[in-house]
Design a binder for this molecule. Structure first.
Ligand SMILES: NC(=O)c1ccc[n+]([C@@H]2O[C@H](COP(=O)([O-])OP(=O)(O)OC[C@H]3O[C@@H](n4cnc5c(N)ncnc54)[C@H](O)[C@@H]3O)[C@@H](O)[C@H]2O)c1
Ligand SMILES: [Zn+2]
Length: 360
C-alpha cells in the first residue's frame, strides 16, 4: 500500500509492504539525493534488521555510516543528539545527505531531531520498526528529545522525505510492546473511521496473532488515517488534537505512576476506557459506543481496569498537561464510532468519577 502525504513542497510517500526494508536503497535513489547516508539505530534493532538496510543502501550506490544509540527513551537526550552530530560531521555528510532512522519512536525522535538541526536540516527518512512508530510516530514530522523537566520538551517539526513501513518486522516485537502499539490503531478507528473500526472488529484474532496479510492491511489503514490528519493540520493548530483521544487521561496516568507501571499503549487503553465513559456520562455517546471500544481493547489484551489507582495524582497531572488552559484540559470525545468532538468544559466531578471507575 502507498499512502501519499500531501504537504506541498514537503510532501512525501509512506510505503507499507512486507519486505519493504530490502527496497530502501532503490527508493532513496529515486528521490535523487546525495550519495552519503547515515543509519541511526539501537544495537538490538541493528542486529535484527541493520544488515538488510545497509546492504540495500550500498547496492544502490550509497556510502553508509551507522550510528548507534541507546535503546528506548534513553536515546532521547542532548548527549545522544550530540553524538549523532559528531558522527555526521566526521563522516562528511553535507546538505544533500540523508539520515535514516531504523527503530521505534525513540530512535525516530532523536534521529529526526539530529537531522532537523544538522546544517539547519538535512534529508530524513523513517524506517519504523514498532507498531507505534509505524502508525503514529514516524508520520507527521514531530521530532524531539527529552529535558530533565519534561518529555519531548526540546524539538522541531521536520517532515521526513519518505517513510518505509515493513509490517513483517512487527513479528519480532515482544508481546507487550506489540499490544501496546495496537492501542494507537484502535484510537484511529474510534475517532476517525467507522468502517476501519468495523474491519478491526472482524480481524481482531488474526491481528493479535500477527498474521502478515492482516498486519499489512491494518497498519496501512492506520497510516492512511494518521496521514489524513497531518495533511489537514501539519502544525497541530487544532484538528491534530483528535489524535489525543485516550491520551488526556492516559498521559496523566503515565505521569502519575512515574512512567514505570504502564507501557504507553496500556495507559492509552485505560485512557480510552475512561474517556469513552466520560462521553457516556455527559450524554454525548450511547452505551453501545462505549462497550464496543472497551470490548475491542480487552480482546486485544490491553488493560481496561486499573485496580488500586489513586485518582488525585492523576487529576493533578492532568492540570500540568501541555494543552491545559487555567488548569483545564480540552477533551476529545467520541459521540459515536468514527467521529469526534472537542469538549472544553468537562466538570471536574465527572473526570474524578470516570477515573475512579477504572478501579472497579
Ligand atoms: N514523534 C511523534 O510524533 C511521536 C508519537 C508518538 C510517540 N513518540 C515517541 O516514541 C517513543 C516510544 O516509541 P516506541 O513505543 O516505538 O518504543 P521505543 O522506541 O522506546 O523502543 C522500543 C523497544 O523495542 C525494541 N524494538 C524496536 N523494534 C523492534 C522489533 N521490530 N523487534 C524487536 N524489538 C524491537 C527497541 O530495541 C526498543 O528496545 C517515545 O519516546 C514517544 O515520545 C513520538
Ligand atoms: Zn500515543
Amino acid at each position: 500500500m502507498i499512502v501519499d502525504v500531501n504537504l506541498g513542497s514537503r510532501s512525501y510517500r509512506i510505503v507499507v509492504a512486507s519486505g519493504a526494508l530490502q527496497s530502501v536503497g532503490e527508493r532513496l535513489r529515486e528521490l535523487r539525493l546525495g550519495s552519503r547516508a547515515a543509519l541511526v539505530s539501537d544495537g538490538a534493532i541493528m542486529r535484527l534488521y541493520g544488515k538488510t538496510v545497509v546492504a540495500s543502501l550500498e547496492s544502490a550506490g550509497f556510502t553508509v555510516t551507522t550510528i548507534d544509540v541507546p535503546e528506548g527513551e534513553a536515546a532521547k537526550t542532548l548527549a545522544v543528539a550530540e553524538h549523532c552530530w559528531d558522527r555526521l560531521l566526521t563522516a562528511g555528510l553535507d546538505r544533500t545527505s540523508t539520515v535514516l532512522a531504523l527503530g521505534g519512536g525513540a530512535v525516530g525522535d532523536v534521529a529526526g531531531f539530529a537531522a532537523a538541526t544538522y546544517m539547519r536540516g538535512i534529508n530524513f527518512i523513517q524506517l519504523p520498526t514498532t507498531v507505534l512508530a509505524q502508525v503514529d510516530a514516524s508520520i507527521g514530522g514531530k521530532t524531539a528529545i527529552d529535558h530533565p523537566l519534561g518529555k519531548n520538551m526540546i524539538g522541531a517539526f521536520h517532515q521526513p522525505r519518505l517513510v518505509v513501513v515493513d509490517p513483517a518486522v512487527a513479528r519480532t516485537l515482544p508481546e507487550r510492546e506489540f499490544r501496546s502499539g495496537l492501542a494507537e490503531i484502535v484510537k484511529h478507528g474510534i475517532v476517525l473511521d467507522a468502517d476501519y473500526f468495523a474491519e478491526l472488529e472482524r480481524d481482531l484474532a488474526p491481528l493479535a496473532a500477527r498474521d502478515l496479510g492482516v498486519l499489512e492491511r491494518i497498519i496501512g489503514g492506520s497510516c492512511r488515517l494518521k496521514a489524513s490528519v497531518v495533511e489537514r493540520d501539519e502544525r497541530e493548530a487544532e484538528l491534530r488534537h483528535v489524535l489525543n483521544y485516550g491520551h488526556t487521561i492516559g498521559h496523566a496516568l503515565e505521569a502519575a505512576t512515574g512512567y514505570t507501571r504502564y507501557a504507553h499503549g496500556e495507559a492509552v487503553s485505560l485512557g480510552i476506557v475512561a474517556e469513552a465513559r466520560l462521553a457516556r456520562r455527559l450524554g454525548i455517546a450511547d452505551d453501545e459506543t462505549t462497550t464496543r471500544q472497551e470490548r475491542m481493547l480487552e480482546t486485544l489484551g490491553l488493560p481496561v481496569r486499573a485496580p488500586s489507582i489513586d485518582v488525585e495524582p492523576i487529576v493533578s497531572a492532568m492540570a500540568r498537561d501541555k494543552k491545559a488552559k487555567d488548569g483545564r484540559v480540552p477533551f476529545v470525545l467520541a459521540p459515536r464510532i468514527g467521529a469526534f468532538r472537542i469538549v472544553y468544559d468537562v466538570p471536574t466531578t465527572e473526570i474524578h468519577a470516570v477515573i475512579a471507575s477504572l478501579g472497579s
